[in-house]
Each structure stands twice: as structure tokens, then as C-alpha cells.
Ligand binder design. Structure first.
Ligand code: NAD
Length: 639
């Protein structure tokens, strides 16, 4: 049957495109065998008229092109889609626009084997979960691992060792597909996931959506696209002195990876490290924060995505459980949390020489220079300080404003802050504090500042008890105040006046913490200069908290803010372990550097060394000749 919308030419184009994308093989029917093409009408009917006509024109053009040209075009589009930022956007749109109809049609037309087929093509379909799924239909309450005793913890590690072998049988390409399935599972269950995050954290729906839900999908998309590239064997240059040999780096699974996470972004801090660790082939043990455990959610999503829970274990419990897990000597620890706990973990891990990656706290500064767009800077700074109600490691906790624009910026900031709405609903800007423990710390910091002559410009109605802390803008800040030096982790915006670049850089660099910073100025040279001078791990220029927004950028802190980076290609590799390999041919050759060391060899080697490390063509020739001479001498050298 024919489609009502597509003309003959567009229909031909669609079949051609579909056949290029799904040519079929022995267990996969080709797209051309599709019988009910009219189902595309369901899709076309939903499209706005302009888009529908655009798609029909595109398909008509494709009908005129030979298949190999379409194949090349698709390859270019796929490559372009991996380019970050606005340049990649048109490619991504085209990629979706062309592949979307093909896969949807193919899926809706083919029978039960579809899920498997689409997995094979690295494209999962919709995986909708029902409310009951999140009520632990599969992972029953009594199957959750909660507060395990010593014996149970030992068993977890014994099983982890056993299961490493089974996991090794699942190739990287299959793990990538499973993570792609996880992406789809998460994408299709937004409402349930946001609800669960909000129940545990009391954050606003917008915060849960933007920073956790979108952030996770964005990262998984990056991971699926880049894991194979990051983990494939790497060819490494071999210097001329080792002529004839090959060098490689292999990226292998570490074994058992322990992930310990904090309470502020419980979904993001679960899925991002778990998926990376799993894709690297590690048995992954995950201990969420006892404050926001999202009980059962992670297991349910993994199961729905077809990932075996023997390979990823969620272990619920407090810090004591975390510490007991470390005593079982996992092969690496990825920890996100406070500086104090980070120090304890590093100390404990040191006993067993376990490598640790620490993503710790921050006291991030934003610098507002006199030449920036003040309105935009004020809006950005307000968001950077208040998103997640300030409970982010990279929250703006100190706002340095140039004295020339101090009053004007203050007015803009106050206008912005006063316009915001504290509500958990979809219409609210920020929610409540997740933990009352943290509310007490915020109260202590603010009271301390006020007792040392700081002025509170907003939020005077807060009773220092309620978890619904309003934004607290403060000025007249001085160095001896807690809010100047220590992580507050709440909606506190201290304004600090400065007059010159050096002074502000020195002040920021004097902190023990060095996670991120942001700066606002039209002067590109100044932005670059200040960025290079700041002793922090991440800098957003004319924006705020945005380095984390790009999964291609490695993320990590300096000084007390942590060790190591995750995300980006290097971040994927930090969940694996590298092995350096040098490959020589099996031959009878005796190497120059092997015994016997004779005087003749010594003189030859000494000259060769001199030529090798002295510039110039002549020296290179002398080096080569000496090398050849030494090689031949080494074959017969006798003492
Ligand atoms: P926390 O250090 O109190 O706890 C973090 C995790 O460590 C929890 O799961 C906890 O149970 C566990 N834990 C506590 N003591 C332990 C021990 N001795 N051994 C093993 N595990 C132990 O941190 P938190 O209060 O949950 O989180 C807030 C902190 O996390 C803030 O300082 C924030 O800046 C930081 N953080 C950093 C990043 C980053 O990427 N740099 C991201 C988010 C949060």
C-alpha cells in the first residue's frame, strides 16, 4: 500500500535511503522488504506542514542519487553530528531527520525480533517503564543490598572476582549497545525519574531536568559515541633507535571499580560513573549517599536496559559501609564528595595502594569585570549561585565585582534574585535544601558573616531553620568570615569588591580549593590571561558552570578540590587501565644494549648517543651509520 503523503519519487527516495541504512543480512531483513509503507503517514501527519514538505523534497532528491552517494552523505552527516556545538547541530538534525523515519518505520513494521535487530544496529527503541517498574517489580525490596555485614561484603567481592571472567566475554561493542539501551530507557522515563529525584532531594523539577536528567543523557550520548575510540588499542610512535619494532597501548578493564557518591546530584553521580566504569569492562560497585539513595531506581533502569545486575551492584549504606568496601581492596575508587571524606578515603586507600580519583568540594569564584554586559553577567551569576539551591560543587560562592560597576551590578543582581520563585513545581526556579544538616551549615556561615559586619541584602525573612532558604545576597565581606573561605553549599551570594586583576587572581588562588571559576569581560585577551593565571581545574568564560555542560571536556579540581578528571576521552580512560606493549619480531638478532658490554661497544654507543641528541642532518646520518655498525658488531661481539 502506498503512502498518502509521499509522492512516487519521495517514496522511491525513502526506500533507497532505508536500504542504504538497513541493507539486511542473513538474519536481518532489508528495509526494501517493508510492506506497509503507509505507516509513515502516522509520522508525517504529526509533522508541521513545512517540515513535512521539507522531508518530502529531501527524499525526492535522494531518489535521484545513486546509493553509494547516499552512503557517503550519511557518513559525512554522521561524522559532522559528532562535532560539538552549533557546527554539529545541522548534522545532528539531518541525522535524526533521515534515520528517524527509517528506523521508526522499520521497527513498527517488523515483528518481535525488532528489539534485537535494532540493538544490533545500535539503535534501541522506546523502552517505557510503568510506575510499577519503579516500585521494584523486578528488584524486590528484599533483594536490595542494604547495610551489608562483613560476611556479605566479602561475598560481594568474591562474586565480583568470579563475575569478572563472565564480563570479559561481553565485548566492548555489546557493552556500548547496552549503554545505548540505558540511554533510551532513561530518555523514555523522564517523568518517573524526575519524580524519584525530587522525592529524595526536594529540588525543583527544572533543576532535576536540566542538571541531572539532561546532563545524564548528554553524557551517555557522548560515551556511546566515543567509548570505542577511547578504548581501542592505540598505535604509539616508536623512535628510530628502536627501528623495526612496534609500540601499542592497550586499554583494559581495571577489575572491580568502587564508586562512592554524594547526595546533591544523586542521579547524575550514579549513572555517569557507573556507565563509564561498566563500558570499560569493570565489575562496578556503587555506593550512593545514604541521604539520597534513589532506592531501587538505578537497578530498575539497568535491568530494563538489559544489563546484568551481577556486573553492577548497588550497595546501600552510610560512610561505614563505604569504608568496609575499601577494605576489600577494589582495583580503583572513584569518589565524589566532601574534602574531609576525600582525605579519609585517600588515607585508607593508601594502605593498599589503591588508586583513587577524588572529585571534591569547591569555593568557586565568579569575576565580573567592568567591561562586561552587566545584565547578562548578573543573570548568569544568579543562576550559577542558585541552581540546585547552591548545593553544587561548582556553585558560585564568591562574586568578585570590579569597583567601577559594583553598584550597577548589585542592582542588576538584586533585581534578578528578587524575581525568582522558590517552588518545587515545573514553574519554580529552585526548591528546598536536600539535607537539614546542610541548612545548619548555611545558617552558621551566614550568622558568622553578620557577626563580622557583613550586610544581608535579601532573604531577611529566613528563620535560619527552614530548609526553604531564600537567596541570601551579602556584602561587606571580609577574609576572616567562613563564607569567604569554606564551602557553604547553599543559596548564598557574597559580593566582594575588587579594583585590579592581579589582586583578584591572587585572592582566588590563595584558597585551598581549586575547582572552577567563571569570568565576565568583553576583552578576550584579558579573559585568556586570567583563565591561565587561575589555579583551578575548570574555567567558564562569559558563562558559568558550563565546562561541566560539555561531556567532551575533562572535569576535575586542583588542590583540595580533588585528584584526577572524569569525562572527555581521558575521563573514559580513567576508568580503565593502560598497558604499554612493545612488539618485536621473533628473530636471531642480538640487541645492541644486551651483553656483553665491551669497550668497543661502549665507545660506539657513546658516539651514537652524542649524534642522536645533537641537531643537524649530518649528525643524523652519523647516528644512523654508527647504529648500523653497532648492530652488526653486536651480533658477534665476544669479550
Ligand atoms: P560526603 O563526603 O559527606 O559523602 C559522600 C559519600 O561518601 C557518601 O556516599 C558517604 O556515605 C560516603 N562516605 C562518608 N564517609 C566515608 C568513609 N569514611 N569511607 C567511605 N565512604 C564514606 O559528601 P556529601 O555531603 O554527600 O556531598 C557533598 C560534597 O560533595 C560537597 O563538598 C560537594 O562539593 C562535593 N561534590 C563534589 C563534586 C565534584 O565533582 N567535585 C560533585 C558533587 C559534589
Amino acid at each position: 500500500m502506498k503512502s498518502l503523503y509521499l509522492g512516487e519519487r519521495a517514496e522511491k527516495g525513502l526506500i533507497k535511503l532505508g536500504t542504504v541504512i538497513i541493507p539486511g543480512d542473513k538474519d536481518l531483513p532489508s528495509f526494501s522488504q517493508l510492506e506497509q509503507l503507509q505507516e509513515i503517514d502516522i509520522m508525517l501527519k504529526e509533522l508541521p506542514k513545512d517540515d513535512r514538505e521539507g522531508l518530502i523534497i529531501l527524499l525526492s532528491i535522494l531518489s535521484l542519487l545513486p546509493k553509494f552517494i547516499i552512503k557517503v552523505l550519511l557518513l559525512i552527516i554522521e561524522k559532522g553530528a559528532t562535532v560539538n556545538g552549533p557546527i554539529g547541530s545541522p548534522f545532528r538534525l539531518l541525522n535524526m531527520g533521515l534515520k528517524g523515519p527509517v528506523f521508526t518505520l522499520y521497527y513498527s513494521n517488523n515483528s518481535e525480533q525488532n528489539q534485537e535487530i535494532l540493538n544490533k544496529l545500535n539503535y534501541a527503541t522506546q523502552i517505557n517503564m510503568k510506575e510499577e517498574d519503579l516500585m521494584l517489580q523486578k528488584v524486590k525490596n528484599n533483594e536490595l543490598i542494604e547495610n551489608p555485614n562483613q560476611e556479605q561484603i566479602e561475598e560481594i567481592f568474591n562474586n565480583a572476582k568470579k563475575n569478572q571472567k563472565a564480563l570479559r566475554n561481553i565485548p566492548l561493542s555489546s557493552r556500548v549497545k547496552q549503554v545505548q539501551n540505558l540511554l533510551i530507557t532513561i530518555r523514555d522515563n523522564e517523568e518517573l525519574i524526575i519524580k524519584k529525584i525530587q522525592e529524595d532531594t526536594k529540588k525543583s523539577a527544572g533543576d532535576a531536568l536540566v542538571s541531572e536528567f539532561f546532563g545524564v543523557l548528554d553524557y551517555l550520548h557522548f560515551l556511546v559515541d566515543n567509548a570505542e575510540k577511547a578504548l581501542k588499542d592505540e598505535k604509539i610512535k616508536t623512535p628510530i633507535a628502536l627501528l623495526g619494532k612496534k609500540s601499542r597501548v592497550y586499554y583494559e578493564s581495571l577489575g572491580t571499580m568502587l564508586i562512592i557518591s554524594p547526595w546533591n546530584y544523586p542521579f547524575y553521580q550514579a549513572i555517569v560513573p557507573i556507565a563509564t566504569s561498566y563500558i570499560c569492562g569493570n565489575i562496578t560497585l556503587y555506593k550512593p549517599s545514604e541521604v539520597t539513595p534513589l532506592r531501587g531506581l538505578i537497578e530498575d533502569l539497568l535491568l530494563k536496559a538489559g544489563i546484568d545486575l551481577d556486573f553492577i551492584k548497588v550497595i546501600y549504606g552510610d560512610g561505614k559501609v563505604g569504608s568496609q568496601l575499601i577494605d576489600q581492596r577494589p582495583d580503583k575508587i572513584f569518589f565524589t564528595g566532601s574534602v574531609n571524606t576525600g582525605k579519609k578515603i585517600m588515607q585508607q586507600a593508601a594502605q593498599y595502594i589503591i588508586p583513587v580519583e577524588l572529585e571534591l568540594g569547591g569555593k568557586d569564584a565568579s569575576i565580573v569585570f567592568e567591561d562586561c554586559n552587566l545584565k547578562r553577567a548578573a543573570k548568569g551569576v544568579a543562576w550559577g549561585a542558585l541552581t540546585n539551591l547552591g548545593q553544587s560543587c561548582t556553585s558560585v560562592e564568591r562574586i568578585y565585582v570590579h569597583s567601577a560597576v559594583y553598584e550597577a551590578f548589585k542592582t542588576e543582581l538584586l533585581n534578578e534574585v528578587r524575581s525568582l520563585k522558590q517552588e518545587i513545581s515545573k514553574d519554580g526556579d529552585f526548591g528546598h535544601m536536600t539535607s537539614h544538616m546542610q541548612t545548619k551549615i548555611v545558617a552558621e556561615h551566614v550568622k558568622d558573616a553578620l557577626s563580622k559586619n557583613a550586610k544581608l541584602l535579601t532573604g531577611n525573612n529566613w528563620d535560619y531553620e527552614s530548609d526553604a532558604i531564600p537567596p541570601l545576597v551579602l556584602e561587606d565581606i571580609s577574609e576572616e568570615m567562613l563564607i569567604y573561605n569554606e564551602e557553604t553549599f547553599g543559596p548564598v551570594l557574597p559580593l566582594i569588591k575588587f579594583t585590579n586583576e592581579k589582586e583578584v587572581i591572587d585572592d582566588i588562588n590563595a584558597s585551598d580549593l581549586g575547582l572552577s571559576a567563571s569570568l565576565w569581560s568583553k576583552d578576550k585577551a584579558k579573559c585568556d590571561r586570567v583563565t591561565r593565571e587561575l589555579n583551578v581545574g575548570n574555567v567558564s568564560v562569559n558563562n558559568v558552570m558550563l565546562t561541566e555542560g560539555n561531556p567532551y571536556l575533562p572535569f576535575g579540581g586542583r588542590k583540595y578540590s580533588g585528584i584526577g578528571t572524569y569525562k572527555g576521552i581521558s575521563g573514559i580512560r580513567s576508568f580503565a587501565i593502560s598497558k604499554s606493549v612493545l612488539i618485536d619480531a621473533d628473530s636471531s638478532k642480538i640487541e645492541v644494549n644486551w651483553y656483553p658490554y665491551t669497550e668497543k661497544k661502549y665507545i660506539g654507543f657513546s658516539l651514537m648517543t652524542k649524534y642522536a641528541f645533537t641537531k643537524g642532518l649530518l649528525n643524523f646520518v652519523k647516528f644512523a651509520l654508527k647504529g648500523i655498525g653497532l648492530e652488526s658488531y653486536s651480533q658477534k661481539a665476544k669479550r
